[in-house]
Ligand binder design. Sequence first.
Ligand SMILES: [Zn+2]
Length: 138
Amino acid sequence: MSEIAKPVPAVTPQMVPFFDAARQGELKVQRCTECGALRFPAREICAECLSRQHAWVRVSGRGEVLSFNIMHQAYHPAFAAEVPYAVVVVKLEEGPAIVSNLVGVKPDLIRCGMPVEVVFEKVNDQISLPKFRPRAAG
Ligand SMILES: [Zn+2]
């Protein structure tokens, strides 16, 4: 089978700091500098206080599986070799949720509440994607 590239996320101007950090192996989310609320993905306005002021802050990369889905069909040919694979919603320890993939575990062993930690998968020189793998609880 010929190599078919997976689609990669568009790096919008708002998300540039996130992808800059990911290239360095760091997971960052926006923090409202008015009220301190954390948010992901990037938004112009804080949902808590409506401020437009924010900074990007590093988070631990630890969290737990909030929800997940096992993909048994390849909806894009580039993913055909990976089915079945897991799409997960990870609730970070700091609060925000992030949609990603869970790697390093058989899909039938995935459970909600499973402790996970971030790992980065380099896609190209511009993009490294945060994925998650199981970790010991605690
Ligand atoms: Zn705020």
